[in-house]
Design a protein around this ligand. Structure first.
Ligand SMILES: NC(=O)c1ccc[n+]([C@@H]2O[C@H](COP(=O)([O-])OP(=O)(O)OC[C@H]3O[C@@H](n4cnc5c(N)ncnc54)[C@H](OP(=O)(O)O)[C@@H]3O)[C@@H](O)[C@H]2O)c1
Length: 339
């Protein structure tokens, strides 16, 4: 049995990890942290998950005293680097659900997060944890940068076409929507109930959202030609679920069937990808799961293709994907605890 810790267990991704680990047969959660709720029992916080109910929450500093095989970091940017470094030095493996280890260079991190990376040397060993595209690297990794929720949905839709050379030119257009849990548990002016309920709006349009850097990086690592995206996220009035509609110009004409066949061929052995054509994906399909649902369409009277992608932002977009990565790192069945 492997021993795991969750740093930031009171947040939304931390809660989802508790839910997933509570039914994982090979992992025991022995440490869970909160700076504000330390001393409480996990069972008081999360009554539906009785397996770890007697676990007493501690601070991140106290957690360092408890040796674990793996730490999940569910923390704000920079806090992840700090605690990730300390746990790596103690011999633990680390999966960061935040962005601190998603970039391959410190300069890209500074560009998109506006601050210098405190441990740039760690970026060399960090693996971008999109299992469908980096499975072998994840198996040998000690440090994973778990992909962002929007990048997960967009990259799973786009990468087959980028790799096949079917994308004629940049920029690729991504229109995406997220449920409000994507913004974390602390309400803000735009995410509290009265603002978010029965309301839809774009935010950080074009190339201003931080996830643009991550999407660009991963597209370029699988592309023969330079790639950039125009990406506009929207907040939608639902608790969880994330949807990406992606549009790109085709290098040569392909039918609706050919577009979907490429997706089917690419993902035929993937346990968590479903091509739902002739239906279109919807967030409800993915709710509380680690699945990504995809379908493609040729856009009539144009040379464009459209690809639609639905995930649960807390599932495949965060905690589910983190457990999938953990399974690969420890050599467990990839689907263990997730199906
Ligand atoms: N929400 C999503 O859908 C989603 C998807 C993909 C990735 N992510 C990323 O995953 C990470 C966690 O997201 P979340 O939505 O779970 O956030 P959240 O709901 O805001 O929770 C944040 C957690 O971090 C802890 N924390 C805050 N400041 C801290 C500090 N200085 N030191 C130690 N702990 C601290 C909080 O603990 P206390 O307040 O109890 O002390 C809380 O448990 C973020 O980096 C986020 O970008 C989120």
């Amino acid at each position: 049995m492997k021993k795991a810790a969750i740093l930031g267990v009171t947040g939304y991704t931390g809660e989802e990890l508790v839910r997933l680990l509570s039914r994982h047969p090979e992992v025991e959660l022995i440490t869970a942290t909160s700076e504000n709720e330390s001393g409480k029992k996990l069972g008081d916080l999360y009554p539906p998950f009785p397996r770890f109910r007697d676990l007493i929450l501690c601070t991140a500093e106290q957690a360092l005293q408890q040796p674990v095989d793996l730490v999940f970091l569910c923390l704000p940017a920079i806090e992840s680097s700090r605690w990730g470094k300390l746990f790596l030095d103690r011999g633990s493996r680390v999966i960061d659900l935040g962005a601190d280890f998603r970039f391959s260079t410190a300069s890209a991190y500074k560009t998109w997060y506006g601050t210098s990376h405190p441990f740039p040397e760690l970026l060399e060993q960090a693996v971008y944890g999109l299992a469908e595209w980096r499975r072998q690297e994840i198996r040998g990794a000690r440090l994973i940068g778990n992909p962002g929720c929007y990048p997960t949905a967009a990259l799973l839709a786009l990468l087959p076409f980028v790799q096949a050379g079917w994308v004629a030119e940049e920029p690729v257009l991504i229109d995406a929507k997220s449920g409000v849990s994507g913004a974390g548990k602390t309400p803000t002016k735009t995410t509290h109930y009265v603002e978010a309920n029965e309301n839809v709006g774009a935010y950080k349009p074009g190339r201003s959202h931080r996830h643009v850097g991550e999407i660009d990086q991963e597209l370029n690592s699988h592309s023969q030609t330079p790639m950039r995206v125009i990406f506009t996220p929207h907040l939608v009035p639902q608790t969880r679920g994330l949807y990406a509609s992606v549009y790109f110009k085709l290098r040569s004409a392909h039918s609706h069937a050919e577009l979907n066949d490429l997706l089917r061929h690419q993902y035929e052995a993937e346990p968590f990808i479903r091509i739902v054509d002739p239906q279109l994906p919807a967030t409800r399909m993915a709710l509380h799961s680690n699945f990504c649902f995809l379908a493609a369409a040729a856009v009539k009277d144009t040379s464009y293709a459209a690809v639609f992608s639905a995930i649960d932002n807390l599932g495949k977009g965060a905690a589910g994907q983190a457990v999938q990565n953990m399974n690969l790192m420890f050599g467990f069945l990839e689907t263990m605890g997730l199906c």
